[in-house]
Write a protein of this length. Structure first.
Length: 220
């Protein structure tokens, strides 16, 4: 269970969204992220659907998505080599890379690539209120996530995270649906399996991130 003194959406969320929409994020891409991206760049193909598993952990979810979308290319991204080293065998239509997800998002956009599906499965919620800007929806990279398009699916066990993400998507004029995940749902990750077994209430948010909606603005 997530422990936090925050029980509802953060009061400063809209201020963060205003700031990030008005100012382009200029932090350089890490050299390690660039090298990881370069290693899989020849594998990417603009005519095949790209499915992103951002924050894939041990890669079990990536493998599951590759089995679900055999005609697509599934890219799992995580910063932890320790987690990635525990991955199961990866099929030919999937790749796992150690990189910052926000860097990979920008590198994909630079190549003119988009996502058909984008999964954020149980991201670190950073539940302390002072860590708001470390949550994806309040991070400077959030506009890049929006620009990648595709159908986004977020799963989390912390309701304020899901509610904040919904607010952020609606801020960018993206419609979304938020629901409680049924206990008989097939687990997508090891975390989800553990949460279901422990009786946690889990939340799923789905949104179609179509590009160039009214109100879009990504730089100053």
């Amino acid at each position: 269970m997530v422990r936090s003194c925050q029980t509802m959406p953060h009061k400063d969320l809209l201020r963060c969204l205003d700031k990030h929409r008005a100012n382009a994020w200029l932090q350089p891409v890490l050299a390690a992220s660039q090298a990881a991206f370069n290693s899989i760049a020849p594998w990417l193909h603009p005519e095949r659907e790209l499915i992103l598993d951002s924050g894939c952990g041990t890669g079990h979810s990536t493998v599951g998505l590759a089995e679900r979308y055999p005609e697509g290319l599934v890219l799992g991204i995580d910063q932890s080599q320790a987690r990635l080293s525990k991955s199961p065998p990866v099929p030919n239509n999937a790749r796992l890379i150690r990189a910052r997800a926000e860097d990979v998002w920008r590198l994909l956009l630079e190549r003119g690539l988009s996502a058909s599906q984008h999964y954020l499965l149980y991201p670190n919620p950073w539940p302390k209120p002072r860590h708001l800007m470390r949550r994806w929806h309040a991070h400077p990279a959030f506009p890049s996530l929006i620009q990648l398009g595709g159908q986004l699916e977020l799963r989390t066990n912390w309701k304020p995270y899901a509610e904040e993400f919904q607010i952020a998507l609606e801020y960018y004029s993206r419609k979304c649906g938020l629901e409680v995940i049924k206990n008989d749902t097939q687990p997508t990750t090891l975390f989800e399996r553990k949460y279901i077994a422990s009786g946690h209430t889990l939340y799923r948010l789905i949104s179609l991130l179509q590009a160039n909606q009214p109100g879009d603005r990504y730089d100053s």
